[in-house]
Design a protein around this ligand. Structure first.
Ligand code: AKB
Length: 317
């Protein structure tokens, strides 16, 4: 049986991935690692929770040793817009945190999953059908840390044999824990506002196409990749994965089908608009399909229907 540590377990992906892993591998075998934010009751009550600051090497080592961890899902990171506000902190958390995790993985022979992102691309990347292997010259600190992270993970695999794997996540849409300061957050906010107020002001321009994915597919991608037969993997860090691609008016139309009174207007945030324009319109994820059988379940229509159903229960409206 695996012994897993999830860093960043109280974040948008971590809070759901920890529960998903506990259902799969047993509650006691999945340690939720978090820093400051209080874990939800479900997270705290369903298995071990430990305070782990990834920028503290000793803290990562201690928890790994205490629970005899053999697999680390390393999710602790700053998202794109927040990272632009404090690039030095972003480097410290996203890179020094990662290298600590990789060092401990080397010492204790752990496998490591690290998410990269569509943010690992930049304006000189082909933005349509973005290939798996292509130009990566991002113009944001978030992107710099994501490309560096991919390279570091490959390096630890080649040099030390650490079993590192990762995906380039697109914007992740979910209803349990809100994202914290990303460029794709509008695609989550729109649902909350549609249900609560029947209107939403979007911070990205009409026509800004980006890859997106619903949380159940994001969870499945992480675990399927970590369980994939290593001999079939030509790539490791990190695989393009996507489930849908739309611009703000595309998701607006989908929400309107379910909530006809819904209206949307625009108040563009130049920072996030600039970041979004440097990211792919849609990626080619055929390497993930070929090498480990990646297949998303949710498209825009299915995701919107499920989001609204689940959020109506959560928000009791
Ligand atoms: C962000 O917008 O920063 C993230 C991402 C796409 O990596 N959601």
């Amino acid at each position: 049986m695996k012994r897993i540590l999830v860093t960043g377990s109280v974040g948008q992906i971590g809070s759901e991935l920890t529960i998903y892993l506990r259902e799969r591998y047993g509650n006691d075998n999945v340690v939720a690692g978090g820093r400051k934010t209080e874990p939800s009751k479900e997270l705290r009550d369903s298995g071990p929770f430990e305070i782990v600051d990834c920028t503290d090497l000793e803290a990562v080592r201690k928890v790994t040793e205490k629970y005899q961890i053999d697999t680390i899902y390393h999710l602790a990171a700053l998202l794109s817009a927040v990272a632009e506000g404090n690039p030095q902190l972003a480097w410290n958390v996203n890179i020094n945190g990662l290298i600590n995790v990789l060092e401990v993985a080397r010492e204790y022979n752990c496998a490591v999953f690290t998410p990269s992102s569509i943010g690992a691309f930049g304006l000189t990347t082909p933005l349509d059908n973005t290939p798996q292997d292509t130009i990566q010259r991002p113009g944001t600190m978030y992107g710099v840390t994501k490309v560096s992270g991919e390279l570091l993970c490959d390096y630890y695999h080649q040099k030390y044999g650490v079993d590192t794997r990762g995906v380039r996540y697109p914007g992740i849409i979910s209803y349990v824990t809100p994202p914290g300061g990303g460029t794709t957050d509008y695609a989550v906010e729109i649902f909350y506002e549609a249900i609560k107020n029947k209107r939403y002001t979007c911070f990205l321009k009409k026509g800004t196409k980006l890859d997106m994915m619903y949380m159940p597919d994001a969870l499945k991608a992480a675990v399927d990749l970590m369980e994939a037969d290593a001999s079939k993997l030509k790539h490791r860090n990190a695989f393009n994965v996507t489930a849908m691609s739309f611009a703000p008016e595309g998701i607006e139309a989908e929400v309107k089908k379910i909530i006809p009174e819904f209206t949307m207007d625009y108040d563009v945030d130049p920072l996030r608009q600039g970041i979004a324009e440097s990211w792919p319109n849609y990626m080619d994820d055929s390497a993930a399909k070929e090498e480990w059988g990646w297949e998303p379940k949710y498209d825009l229509q299915e995701m919107s229907r499920d989001m609204i159903e689940k959020l109506r229960i959560k928000l009791k409206s």
